[in-house]
Write a protein that binds this ligand. Structure first.
Ligand code: UD1
Ligand code: CA
Length: 469
C-alpha cells in the first residue's frame, strides 16, 4: 500500500512580515519545508502532495532548484496543488485528495511545523492501518490548540477547536498537533461531510475525528516526542524558538556521540557534523553544510566553519573563518585566519593571523604565519611564506597560477606576479616583486637597489624647523 503525504503550506504567513514564503524560512540552515519533506521521505512516504497558496510560484521555483536539496521520492516528483482561498484545513486537504487513489494511506503534515521526526511519522502511519490516527501532546498551557475529547472508556470521540470549546473542554490538556493519518477512501467520505458552520466559518480537518468515531472506526493516538517537535511557526519569535529547540536537540545528540561543547547554548549547527573522538568546540561557533572533524580537533571561540574537513589533531584558533577548505592532520589555523573555497592544507601546515587562502594547496609542513594572500597557488612541502606576501593572481581580467617548489623561502612583503613559478629550495628576498620564474635553489632579489644613508638627519630636520619659525 502506497503512503501519500499531504503537506499544508497555503497559509499566507502574514505574521512573518517577510517577502519570503513562510515555509522557505530556514531552521538549522534548511528551509522548513525541506525539513518536512526530508522527514516524510525518511519515514517512507511514497508520494508527497504540497498544498500551496499565495506564494505558490516562489515555492515551486524552490522545488525546481537543484541546489535546494529537496529529497527525491521513489515515486518521482513532488506534486503541488494550489488552494486559491484558505477556507480551512479540511478544505486544504480536499484540494489534494482527488489525486490520491482510494486504497492509499494519507498522512497530513504541515510546512510550518519543521521539526516533526521521521520516527513520529512512521508511528503515525503504522497506527493508521486500521482506521484513523492522530498525534497528540499533553501541555501545561494548551491555549490555542484543538482539545482531544474522549469518552468515559478513554476512546477518542472528537476534537474541539479552542474557539468552539466550552470551559470544561478548555481545561483538557491533551491537544491536537494537527498531524493525522488515515485511508484515502475514508478521508474522502468524511471530508465531504465537513461543514463550515462554526465560529471561524472554516472547514475544520479536525471534524473528521468525530465522523470517524460515529462510524465506529478505531482512532489511534501517537504521542509526540516533545512539544518542540510539533511546534508551528507563525512569526519570527516562533521561528527563533524552533531554531533553539533544534539546536539544543542537535547539541545533546552530538554530546552523546562524544563531542565536547564548551556551551551547548552557544553552538549552532546548520548542516551535518561528523566527529571523531575528543573533539572540542569552544563557544560561539557556527558550523554550516557538511563538516568533518577528526580525532582531537579543537575549534577555538567564535569560528565559522562551512563545508570543512579537518584531520586528526588540527587546531583552529579564535575568530577564524573556514569555507570549503580541507586540512590534514596536526595543522594550526588562526587566530583570525580565512580559508576560502579550494584551500587545501596537507599535514602539519601552519596558517597564522590575517592570512587568506583561496583555491590553493599547501604541502606538508608549509607555513604562512602572518598577513598574506595566497590565491590560485600550488605550494610544495616545508615552504615558508613570510609576512605580507601576496600572490598577484588577477590582472583585472583573468586569474593566473603561482607555483612554489618544496623548501622555498618567500621573504616578507614580496609580491609574486602570476603566472610565475618559484623553484624548489629557492629564496625570494624580502620586498621583492617577482615577475619571472626563479630557478631551483637560486636567490631572487627584485627591489630598488641600494639603501641611501643620509648622516645626521635628525639635526638637519630640526634646523629646517627653526628656519621656518
Ligand atoms: C490546527 C488544528 C488544531 C491544532 C493546531 C495545531 C484545525 C481545524 N485545527 O489549528 O486542532 O491544535 O492546528 O497547530 O485543523 N492551512 C492551509 N489552508 C487552509 C488553512 C490552513 O494550508 O485553508 C495550513 C496553514 O498554512 C497552517 C496549517 O494549515 O500551516 C494549520 O492551519 P491553522 O489555521 O493555523 O490551524 P490552527 O488554527 O492552528
Ligand atoms: Ca496554527
Amino acid at each position: 500500500m502506497k503512503v501519500h503525504a499531504i503537506i499544508l503550506a497555503a497559509g499566507q504567513g502574514t505574521r512573518m512580515k517577510s517577502a519570503l514564503p513562510k515555509v522557505l524560512h530556514r531552521v538549522g540552515g534548511r528551509p522548513m519545508l525541506g525539513r518536512v519533506l526530508a522527514a516524510a521521505h525518511e519515514a517512507g512516504v511514497d508520494v508527497p502532495h504540497l498544498v500551496l497558496g499565495h506564494s505558490a510560484e516562489q515555492v515551486r521555483a524552490w522545488l525546481a532548484d537543484d541546489a535546494a536539496g529537496v529529497p527525491v521520492f521513489a515515486s518521482g516528483g513532488i506534486r503541488t496543488v494550489t488552494q486559491p482561498q484558505q477556507l480551512g484545513t479540511a478544505h486544504a486537504v480536499l484540494q489534494a485528495l482527488p489525486e490520491i487513489p482510494d486504497n492509499a494511506l494519507v498522512v497530513v503534515l504541515y510546512g510550518d511545523v519543521p521539526l516533526v521526526s521521521a520516527a513520529t511519522i512512521r508511528q503515525l502511519i503504522a497506527a493508521a492501518q486500521n482506521g484513523l490516527a492522530l498525534v497528540t501532546l499533553e501541555l501545561e498551557a494548551p491555549q490555542g490548540y484543538g482539545r482531544i475529547l474522549r469518552d468515559a472508556g478513554g476512546r477518542v470521540t472528537g476534537i474541539v477547536e479552542e474557539k468552539e470549546a466550552n470551559s470544561e473542554q478548555r481545561a483538557i490538556r491533551e491537544v491536537n498537533t494537527g498531524l493525522l493519518a488515515g485511508r484515502a477512501k475514508r478521508l474522502k467520505r468524511w471530508l465531504s461531510k465537513v461543514r463550515n458552520d462554526n465560529r471561524k466559518q472554516e472547514y475544520y480537518l479536525t471534524d473528521v475525528v468525530a465522523l470517524a468515531a460515529s462510524d465506529a472506526v478505531e482512532i489511534a493516538v501517537v504521542a509526540a516526542d516533545s512539544a518542540g517537535e510539533v511546534e508551528g511557526v507563525n512569526d519570527p519569535v516562533q521561528l527563533a524558538h524552533v531554531e533553539r529547540a533544534l539546536q539544543k536537540q542537535q547539541a545533546v545528540q552530538l554530546q552523546r556521540e562524544g563531542l565536547y561543547l564548551a556551551d551547548p547554548a552557544r553552538f549552532d549547527l546548520r548542516g551535518d557534523l561528523k566527529i571523531g573522538r575528543d573533539v572540542h568546540i569552544d563557544i560561539g561557533c557556527v558550523l554550516e553544510g557538511a563538516i568533518e572533524l577528526g580525532d582531537g580537533v579543537v575549534i577555538g571561540p567564535y569560528c565559522l566553519l562551512r563545508n570543512v574537513r579537518l584531520g586528526k589533531g588540527t587546531r583552529v584558533e579564535a575568530h577564524s573563518v573556514l569555507d570549503g577548505a580541507t586540512a590534514g592532520i596536526d595543522c594550526r589555523i588562526g587566530p583570525f585566519a580565512r580559508l576560502r573555497p579550494g584551500a587545501q592544507l596537507a599535514d602539519g601546515v601552519w596558517i597564522g593571523n590575517f592570512v587568506e587562502i583561496k583555491q590553493s594547496n599547501l604541502g606538508e609542513g608549509s607555513k604562512a604565519a602572518h598577513l598574506a594572500y595566497i590565491g590560485d597557488a600550488s605550494i610544495g612541502e616545508r615552504v615558508n611564506i613570510g609576512a605580507g606576501v601576496i600572490t598577484c593572481n588577477y590582472d583585472g581580467v583573468d586569474k593566473y597560477q603561482t607555483t612554489i617548489g618544496a623548501d622555498a623561502f618567500i621573504g616578507s612583503d614580496s609580491q609574486l606576479i602570476a603566472p610565475v613559478a618559484i623553484g624548489a629550495g629557492a629564496y625570494v628576498a624580502a620586498g621583492s616583486t617577482i615577475v619571472e620564474d626563479v630557478p631551483q635553489n637560486a636567490l631572487a632579489i627584485a627591489r630598488a637597489r641600494g639603501q641611501k644613508i643620509v648622516p645626521d638627519w635628525r639635526s638637519r630636520k630640526k634646523d629646517h624647523k627653526k628656519d621656518r619659525q
